[in-house]
Design a protein around this ligand. Structure first.
Ligand code: PTJ
Length: 254
């Protein structure tokens, strides 16, 4: 990737690459001012998860994908961070599921919206995709939210049954749940309000989730799989994992 100097053999290669992608996206005006702080918080949780997809997250990912595939209408909502580090994979996923992408950002400015929409259109062109990209002309409001955060598109977020909203804020997650939607959140912090309020919480890193979904979608049985899914248990299992990993990282008995 252009001026990225790290070698793939570096033990922290993936992490350095994601930071670099965010730096580049910031140069292109795609990110919120606090994007790198949000990413750093995510990295801290990811360290505790061993920078891997844990079992409970994989189960949530499978169940989430089944919901996205089987629903009458689904949408993938993208913000700045998500577009920067998993934009290509999520556009490919949208193409496989045949659902639109909606750019929906917390810190909404015309400059950022334009940069993000242009970037996603360039992914369509580069990879020969034909994904519908919404967000340029919001015509609806999410009830219960105030200001620009409430804006959305009827064709996308407003009328969809199932919505994948990685790195969502707690208020909007609750407002979408109140609209009766199945809300799939991806958040490395299992304790965040969005994690606790979502219908399906994937405690994992967004680019790993996108890649996992792209692999899983090739398995023909995903839409018929039987699940006995309990989101509360998913969250509890991720917290148990973090506690266990913390206690194993250092011998506290000495
Ligand atoms: O592009 P915008 O305007 O919508 O703004 C995006 C950010 C992320 C800046 C905004 O939504 C924000 O401030 O988010 P928060 O409230 O800091 O929450 C971000 C959550 O995402 C935190 O709980 C992080 O742990 C988590 N997170 C950060 N990076 C990742 C992540 N979760 C999964 N994958 C990541 N790569």
């Amino acid at each position: 990737m252009d001026d990225f100097a790290a070698n793939p053999s570096h033990p922290r290669y993936e992490s350095l690459l994601k930071r670099h992608m965010l730096e580049k996206a910031a140069e292109r005006d795609m990110l919120a001012g606090s994007a790198l702080i949000a990413h750093g918080r995510g990295e801290a949780y990811d360290y505790l998860l061993g920078e891997q997809t844990i079992e409970s997250a994989m189960l949530a990912t499978k169940f989430a994908l089944q919901n996205l595939i089987n629903s009458k209408k689904s949408v993938i909502s993208l913000n700045g961070n998500t577009t920067a580090i998993a934009g290509i994979e999520l556009m490919k996923l949208a193409s496989e599921i045949n659902c639109p992408i909606e750019v929906n950002i917390f810190y909404r400015t015309p400059k950022r919206m334009k940069a993000l929409l242009n970037h996603l259109e360039s992914i369509n062109e580069e990879f020969g995709l034909d994904v519908k990209i919404l967000g340029a002309n919001p015509d609806s409001l999410i009830p219960g939210l105030e200001g620009p955060r409430a804006k959305c598109c009827y064709e996308g977020i407003f009328s969809s049954e199932v919505i994948l909203v990685p790195l969502e804020d707690g208020d909007r997650c609750e407002a979408l749940i109140a609209m009766g939607k199945t809300v799939i959140v991806v958040d490395l912090n299992p304790l965040s309000r969005s994690s606790r309020k979502a219908s399906i919480t994937i405690v994992d890193e967004i680019s790993r989730v996108a890649n996992n979904m792209l692999s899983l979608i090739k398995e023909d049985d995903i839409s018929d799989m039987e699940f006995n899914y309990d989101n509360n248990l998913t969250i509890k299992n991720s917290i148990h994992y973090i506690i266990k990993s913390l206690s194993e990282k250092y011998d506290l008995s000495n």
